[in-house]
Design a binder for this molecule. Sequence first.
Ligand SMILES: [Zn+2]
Ligand SMILES: [Zn+2]
Length: 274
Amino acid sequence: MKFTVLGSGSTGNAILIGANDTRVLVDAGLSAREIMRRLALVGCDPAQLDGVIITHEHGDHAGGLRVLLKSLSCPVFISGQTREAYISEHTNRSSDEPRKRADALHDRTEEIESSKDFKIGAIDFHPFTIPHDAADNFGFTATHAGVCVATLMDFGHITTLITERLRGCAAIVIESNHSRDMLKACDVYPWELKQRILSRTGHISNEDIADWLRDDFDGTARHIVLTHLSQRANNPYVAKISAEMALRERAPLFQVDTEITLSFAKEPLPWIEL
Ligand SMILES: [Zn+2]
Ligand SMILES: [Zn+2]
């Protein structure tokens, strides 16, 4: 099993997961052109893709999908609620965008549910609901030959369900959106937006991730990849150091040798093989 983060941040997210000959794109929040370029950079022929999973309708996860579908032949795995929200969500777009989106998805979707297992090629997906202000957002664990990778972005707080589902994973790709202090001090964001980000259905902070790593992380994962870092309200090195310090603060009996890796908005990570 292997994966790479093609790009991640407030401006767009896309992850690629592979096992044997199966390749699955998770989210299409970068432009179609960027996704195609980055697939080539990591050596993935778009014709090889077995599916695109859309976790939720927000532009930074689905904004590139419609145009991308022109270059792909694989199905889109999307929940009914997310599909509806994706089609009707057209802020700042021309008025026929909903129709174009509906047309693009016509006969191209495999309807999934945010809490029901499904399979794409050699990979089993186990989705679970995460708290976010979207129609039906989910995170998931993906398993192949007993190896498990978790992916979750865009959630406002860590639930018991999340903590449970992250146990036993070999790698965890997780949001570390903002530093609470940097967000509060950020004078570019209006107050309402800060409230939205900080809410229990907004985005997760470095501090929340640190608390989880210190107190609730089971220690199995060898790799934790931090994603969806805010360009204005976070700093990659602050996010990384915060996570690494939290790991060091674990009780002596629960010390781990987990590696913290940063993902970037503008370039893909090298493949991480498990
Ligand atoms: Zn979102
Ligand atoms: Zn997002």
